[in-house]
Design a protein around this ligand. Structure first.
Ligand code: R5P
Length: 311
């Protein structure tokens, strides 16, 4: 087995390799003067089971191209099996046509990855489970929920909890976390978004008075959804609001927004490499997903069960 990495999240790739007690494959993933991506693998990979770790996070298109070209290089170097390990799958939110004459970019990206030569995909908390079906190759979708649940238990387990979904679409995810927290009660923020990029909290379903609220979502991008939900929960009498997110996209001034928000704490995983601003924020904490991904890779390589990781 070999672990290779693009440049999108080298600390995570190194942590995964360390978990597996393997060195990262010796390869250069660099740019020509005109910014074309060039990949060169400096060791033999013929007949190997290779896992390429690359999040398609910002700069999304560059990181996607790196992933595709890494896969192509491995295929042409006769790797036996290539698994695209995509901790954060960019374009996932474009998983359906929101209107006439619009693309389904998540499907296009899935096609590109398959055409490049990936034999299988390993992702974390895909925005929608159905995206697995966009790939005609085996696709494992890992859940950060066990890592989050352990952290919630350790930090907030002694308080009356309320798991909160920041919108109706996230209820399944929130219910799964609540189940892991001894069936904690569930509340829903009924959010209406009038224009793209704007979010507005309308109503809170459930009584959050005096409870430590655990908001859960897959992605924090501009931070609008979460910060507005946190304010609405505090206005409804919550004792505190802590948010757990799989993917800290945190675009633009999102970190600043979080720092000024009603959130007690924002907890993200390292599927996306945290920026300097994220690392410096005393309101944001990062949990590592490396052991979970490392264990899943070990099981895929051994051909043992991945789903039993979540039993
Ligand atoms: C939406 O369906 C997602 O689950 C997130 O709620 C959304 O992407 C968050 O975006 P933002 O942080 O920009 O409100």
């Amino acid at each position: 087995m070999k672990i290779m990495a693009g440049n999108s999240n080298l600390p995570l790739a190194r942590a995964i390799a360390a978990y597996l007690e393997l060195p990262l494959t010796d390869a250069s993933v660099r740019r020509f003067a005109d910014d074309e991506v060039f990949v060169e693998i400096h060791e033999n990979v013929r007949g190997e089971d290779v896992f390429v770790v690359q999040s398609t996070s910002h700069p999304t298109n560059d990181n996607l191209m790196e992933l595709l070209i890494c896969i192509d290089a491995l295929r042409r170097a006769s790797a036996k099996r290539i698994t695209a390990v995509i901790p954060y799958f960019g374009y996932a939110r474009q998983d359906r046509k929101p209107g006439p004459r619009t693309p389904i970019s998540a499907k296009l990206v899935a096609n590109l990855i398959t055409t490049a030569g990936a034999d299988r995909v390993l992702a974390v908390d895909l925005h929608a489970g159905q995206i697995q079906g966009f790939f005609d190759i085996p696709t494992d979708n890992l859940f950060a929920a066990p890592v989050m649940a352990a952290d919630v238990q350790a930090r907030y387990g002694a308080q009356p909890l309320m798991v909160v979904s920041p919108d109706v679409g996230g209820v399944v995810r929130a219910r799964a976390l609540a189940k892991r927290l001894d069936n904690a009660p569930l509340s829903i923020v009924d959010k209406r978004r009038d224009k793209p990029g704007q979010s507005e909290v309308m109503n809170i379903i459930g009584d959050v008075e005096g409870r430590a609220c655990i908001l859960i979502d897959d992605i924090i991008d501009s931070g609008g959804t979460l910060c507005n939900a946190a304010q609405a929960l505090m206005d409804a009498g919550a004792a505190s609001v802590t948010a757990y997110l799989s993917h800290g996209v945190l675009s633009g001034s999102a970190v600043e927004r979080v720092n000024k928000s009603a959130l007690k704490e924002l907890v993200i995983t390292d599927t996306i490499q945290p920026t300097e601003a994220t690392q410096q924020s005393d309101r944001i904490r990062v949990l590592s997903i490396a052991p979970l991904i490392g264990e899943a890779i070990r099981r895929i390589a051994d051909e043992s069960s991945v789903s039993s990781l979540f039993d």
